[in-house]
Design a binder for this molecule. Sequence first.
Ligand SMILES: Nc1ncnc2c1ncn2[C@@H]1O[C@H](COP(=O)(O)OP(=O)(O)OP(=O)(O)O)[C@@H](O)[C@H]1O
Ligand SMILES: [Mg+2]
Length: 351
Amino acid sequence: MAVSPVIGLDIGTNTVKLAQISRSRNRLDLGFAGLAPLPDGAIVEKSIKNPDAVSNAIRALYDNSRSRIKQVCTSVAGKAVIIKQVTVASMKDHDLEKLIQIEAEPYIPFDMDDVNLDFFILGETPERPGFMEVILAAVKKDFMAEYVDLITSLNLVPTVVDVDPFALEVMYEFCYPDVEEDIVALVNLGATNINVSILKSGTSQFTRDLPMGGDNITREIMRFFNVDFVRAENMKRGAQLGNMNPGNLETIFERYVDLYVSELRRTLDFFSANVSTQAIGRILLSGGGAATFGLPSAIQKEFNIPVEVVDPFRVFNVDPNVFDSDYLGRIGATMAVAVGLALRNERDKQV
Ligand SMILES: Nc1ncnc2c1ncn2[C@@H]1O[C@H](COP(=O)(O)OP(=O)(O)OP(=O)(O)O)[C@@H](O)[C@H]1O
Ligand SMILES: [Mg+2]
């Protein structure tokens, strides 16, 4: 069966990302990868506050991609999204489909009529015959509608609304088939959230969202140096500081790097104490925040295991006449979720 390609669209607080991968025979080609910044306040707590700004950014990327594909796979995150691993009596997928409302109810802090539910069966519960582990995902309907309506208003067709950690897993599955370690932590550092997903043999064992991200650093730079949002963003990315003291900027980076490392330490320790005693073998960093000055080396020093910044383009055929390799190198980590979303149909075909 032919796989119809989809556009992967990651609408983040800081940037919108668009990716498209096509299959030609047995090869996967990079069709498009690009990102566009959003103005401050366009998305607040993941809710779309300035639909015009978000639409314009998506439209510009889509036009730039010259794609004729209309089907879009996007993702949602934040407080209106609940992802939980639960234990339920073993049953077939289609039976759980019928019972999911009842099984999920105790775990979802919203009215069940207000949420869209999805689930994924992980497998038998170890040491508890007759039970299985299931990942539940619940998204508030009105929140999801903000995204669906916006995409529809652009004449695009939202076919799948996924959640960020699952998109990252798909990216990992396709782009990192060669990783030898069994347990791998994916850490996506966005503007407002750090998503941690721990995989065993490529399958999710644990996910957690830490309510912090690169935006905290931007706000601190704005406050300390008395500059606006755009200037602070540029300063983070190495823009000339003029007569400002670089030492002060480094102190801000150090403080947040320490905070991220200690929160990551707590999260990974929680996993080791409660989920699996098997050691985490590798950490893969993604998201714009992976480029935070000094962060990868600080994580490497703390955990003493291989730490790598994700390159989601590494397995695709990339036409050098179309793509600038420096640009792809710069945006790679930020594009990880969008690439996972763009591969969604490829993954479904395998299942
Ligand atoms: N070179 C860099 N150094 C430090 N921080 C950077 C750099 N490049 C981008 N960032 C930061 O990364 C963050 C944006 O990352 P990303 O695009 O992954 O977030 P997002 O998806 O928009 O946000 P969220 O997922 O939280 O909604 C911003 O805070 C930005 O300042
Ligand atoms: Mg993001």
